[in-house]
Design a protein around this ligand. Structure first.
Ligand code: TUI
Length: 318
């Protein structure tokens, strides 16, 4: 059975599996490995300056001739420059997060770049479909990092109903069972972040990979609900401080002070106590570090098995 959808066709990839563009985590090394494995690798621009992003794009081009993309965090101070860079470098795909990329869509597409915004609401999806985006990533609250309100299960079918372009499901997907579930909701692809954070080629600090492996089902928490920037992280000393601040005398300045540099501190320096370890609810499902291509192969095989089993009927024949 072929797991081939409109997403594969549009992006010129073998499997409809996209790697989340995680700031300080998704470097050229991971993106190229995922693309070589038949999925779509994504470089996470986060709040990095354009020079760093250019270097990563060039590294990825040296390591793979397959398509790859860049994720632009819309709250970055460098958004305008990064968009221009993607056009200059003729990047295949741009995914966006944490905001509305509407005004950049046409110029990106004119340069040959496919534009796939992450949405967490039907309203934004409807608005962006009028800008003729190529697809959507519908990301539920199970995801790591900056999250919306709705869980993946209610979000994905509502986005699928609202738009005509393909929808890629994200948030809470870890294996073939999750992929089959996403397809059942009408999605034509999946995006996974946390799963690829544990890939061998992922350059995140090894402390973070071990922290994921040790984590248990209820070890993530969403902090920042009161600031308007809710973020899912693995619980640690920093997340406790955030929770205390939110419970007690909340001061936005203090909050900002605690958060600055915390993501880098976790992902690059490996500080699992006082760094911001953004990760999704599937964290506890991470059991080992393995190559990205192996992750993709396993997931595709399991998806095929699950779909066949479901086709045979859920009810045991007696
Ligand atoms: O973007 C993400 N996840 C992220 S970004 C990030 S870096 C960061 N740095 C400082 C503060 C906060 C985050 C870490 N994780 N995921 C994609 C995503 N986008 N999830 C939800 C959204 C979203 C939310 C609201 C997209 C659009 C949106 O619309 C706002 C509007 O203008 O309507």
């Amino acid at each position: 059975m072929n797991i081939y959808t409109r997403v594969c066709d549009a992006l010129n990839i073998k499997y409809p599996v996209i790697q989340g563009g995680m700031a300080w985590v998704s470097t050229a090394s991971l993106a190229a490995a995922v693309s070589e494995g038949g999925g779509l690798g994504i470089i996470g621009a986060g709040q990095a300056p354009p020079d760093w992003v250019r270097e990563q794009i060039r590294k990825a081009k040296e390591s793979t001739s397959r398509p790859f993309g860049v994720n632009i965090m819309m709250m970055s101070p460098y958004v305008d420059d990064i968009m221009q860079l993607l056009i200059e470098e003729k990047v295949d795909v741009a995914t966006t997060g944490a905001g509305n990329p509407g005004k950049y869509v046409k110029d990106l597409q004119d340069s040959g770049c496919k534009v796939i915004p992450v949405v967490a609401s039907v309203a934004l999806a409807r608005r962006l479909e009028r800008s003729n985006v190529d697809a959507f990533i519908a990301e539920g609250r199970e995801a790591g990092g900056h999250v919306g309100e709705l869980g993946t299960l209610p979000l994905v079918p509502q986005i699928v109903n609202a738009v005509n372009v393909p929808v890629i499901a994200a948030g809470g997907i870890f294996n073939g069972k999750g992929v089959a579930a996403a397809f059942a909701l009408g999605a034509e692809g999946v995006q996974m972040g946390t799963r690829f954070m544990s890939a061998e080629e992922c350059e995140v600090h090894s402390n973070i990979k071990q922290f994921l492996i040790k984590s248990r089902d209820r070890d993530t928490v969403v902090t920042g609900n009161s600031t308007g920037h809710p973020v899912r992280v693995l619980k640690n000393k920093l997340s406790k401080q955030f929770e205390e601040l939110e419970k007690n005398c909340f001061s936005p300045e203090k909050f900002e002070e605690l958060g600055v540099g915390a993501l880098r501190k976790a992902m690059v320096d490996g500080d699992v106590d006082y760094g911001s370890v953004m990760a999704g609810q599937v964290s506890a499902m991470v059991k080992e570090v393995e190559p990205a291509s192996q992750i993709i192969q396993q997931i595709i095989e399991e998806t095929q098995q699950v779909i066949i089993q479901l086709g045979d009927g859920m009810v045991k024949k007696v």
